[in-house]
Design a binder for this molecule. Structure first.
Ligand code: NAP
Length: 283
């Protein structure tokens, strides 16, 4: 996609693949609601084109963009400044452009934390937390939880060494998935950060839930489908469940606030996602 330089600022999300992104729908609805031009676009940027496309965004009058798979780490090399929090996480998902200067932020971790805080309506500092997965999203979530004072965090991952690496940086406990399965009843909050449960693995679960306690809260950061198999089984076993919509809308809202200085309507964002995914806000 090419745009000529425009006086009206525009925003974007870059990634590959990007066709299914819900970011343009939620950002544009909120821009419009606040009387701003709805000019947020999804731009497919293959890995090898990142440098060229970022240069083009700056030249074309883009004021800010989100960054998704596979660029959250590589983008850091192209920025003039990185917010200390994003630096600590080691990934950037939001870039602000002022003049020719690019500054990077990470809103995934705080977005997740806001969603979980709303759900728990209060303090969960003392909760025992198990994070499934040790990729980019897990990294942002684990580091944010620990920075916010939730100190009892364990990580279970298919590749235990990756959980171990995160552990060394974060002070949490690394486990294999099978070890975590046996100890599931110990955890107050169990968070799936793996892609197991979304296309093409919709019917699968990241961990066997046989030993889960009905007192646990299960959180899946996947939002499409709205109810993953992990959450469906959790509901069956009497657990409280939360899907990936709150994290998604809060990370978007934090980026929106950074760029525009205005607070978007979170409920409008949620409605749009539920409408697009054809479901009811069940969790
Ligand atoms: P990532 O960096 O690729 O990490 C994926 C993690 O899942 C790794 O720990 C990987 O284990 C594990 N995994 C992948 N396939 C697996 C399989 N078949 N069996 C067992 N483990 C498997 O991905 P990410 O960026 O963290 O994203 C993960 C998920 O979070 C995606 O579904 C993404 O859509 C979702 N997400 C949601 C939001 C939101 O706003 N709601 C934001 C960001 C991401 P290994 O280490 O062994 O490879």
């Amino acid at each position: 996609m090419r745009l000529s330089k425009l006086d009206t600022p525009f925003y974007a999300v870059i990634g590959d693949p990007i066709e299914q992104s819900m970011s343009p729908a939620i950002h544009n609805a909120c821009l419009q609601q606040l009387g701003l031009e709805p000019r947020y676009k999804a731009i497919r940027v293959p890995e090898e084109e990142l440098d060229k496309q970022v240069e083009w965004l700056v030249e074309s009058g883009c004021k800010g963009f989100n960054v998704t798979i596979p660029h959250k780490l590589r983008i850091m090399d192209l920025l003039d400044d990185i917010d200390p929090y994003a630096k600590a996480i080691g990934a950037v998902n939001t870039v602000e452009i002022q003049g020719n200067r690019l500054k990077g932020y990470n809103t995934d971790g705080p977005g997740f934390y806001r969603g979980l805080s709303d759900f728990h309506q209060g303090n969960f500092d003392d909760a025992t937390v198990l994070v499934l997965g040790a990729g980019g999203a897990a990294r942002a979530i684990v580091k944010t939880l620990i920075m916010k004072g939730v100190s009892n965090v364990s990580i279970a991952n298919r590749t235990v060494s990756k959980a171990q690496d995160l552990l060394e940086e974060s002070g949490s406990e690394a486990l294999s998935i099978s070890a975590a399965e046996q100890r599931l009843a110990e955890y107050d909050i169990i968070i799936n950060t793996t892609p197991i449960g979304m296309y093409p693995k919709e019917g699968s679960v990241p961990i066997d839930l046989s030993f889960v306690s009905s007192k646990s809260t299960l959180v899946d950061i996947i939002y499409n489908p709205l109810l993953t198999e992990f959450l469906r089984i959790g509901l069956e076993r009497g657990c409280a469940v939360q899907n990936g919509v709150p994290m998604f809308v809060h990370q978007a809202a934090l980026a929106f606030e950074q760029w525009t200085g205005k607070e978007p309507d979170i409920e409008l964002m949620k409605e749009i996602i539920h409408e697009k995914l054809g479901g009811k806000p069940t969790c």
